[in-house]
Design a binder for this molecule. Sequence first.
Ligand SMILES: [Zn+2]
Length: 150
Amino acid sequence: MSACHGLEKIALYHDGRLSLSEQRDVEAHLLICSECANELEDLELISKEFKSARLPGASPGLVDRLHSRAADLDQILLTRFVARLSAIAAAALVAIGICLSFFGRNPVSSRAALASWEQSAIAPDLNGSSSSTQGQFVEFVAQDLSGGRP
Ligand SMILES: [Zn+2]
């Protein structure tokens, strides 16, 4: 643990990321603090070593392998896009199905699908405009279902 708080700025100074006034403050501090001066010297030594380090060369066929991987990457991205699009379409279909099952029922159309005698049994026409045969048939069905009891 260092007792010098100026040490934190040494790396920034070394990388040239300080303002001009901050650089002057650090330079003044370096004159009186051997710890920071040693830290700056170490950073400069490390930078020099990295600059002079020799990087390994690319293996033969590297560019060809990278190009083939890029083609594979295009295929993978397309496959993922299609899969996500399919999932979205499936979710939309499920949502539409749920909405239709809850809100898509039309009582008028379902009533129209019923036979006229069923409609009379469910909702007898109170205006008296229904035919008498329908009314008689409904009475017959009601008596039959009740076992003949009035
Ligand atoms: Zn210092």
